[in-house]
Ligand binder design. Structure first.
Ligand code: SF4
Length: 70
């Protein structure tokens, strides 16, 4: 089931069915993406620009984000 993680005007969307558990997100930005934690995404762990850059590196499309228009 898709989950949403919100910080300011950005919503990170995670679709677990697509996740390949490659841990690219964890190795890239463990302050935010840590599967040992629950919830495993902590939007307070880093600046939004860093979170968005890491989301774009997800190879499977399991992670994406939506940004509200200002
Ligand atoms: S980078 Fe994407 S596919 Fe890999 S573990 Fe993270 S969410 Fe899953």
């Amino acid at each position: 089931m898709t989950k949403h993680y919100i910080k300011e005007d950005v919503t990170v969307v995670w679709t677990p069915e697509l996740c390949q558990h490659s841990a690219i997100c964890f190795h890239g930005l463990a302050e935010v993406f840590d599967p040992r934690r629950s919830p495993w995404i902590d939007m307070d762990g880093a600046e939004l620009e860093k979170i968005k850059a890491q989301v774009r590196r997800c190879p499977s499309g399991a992670l994406s984000y939506e940004q509200k228009e200002k």
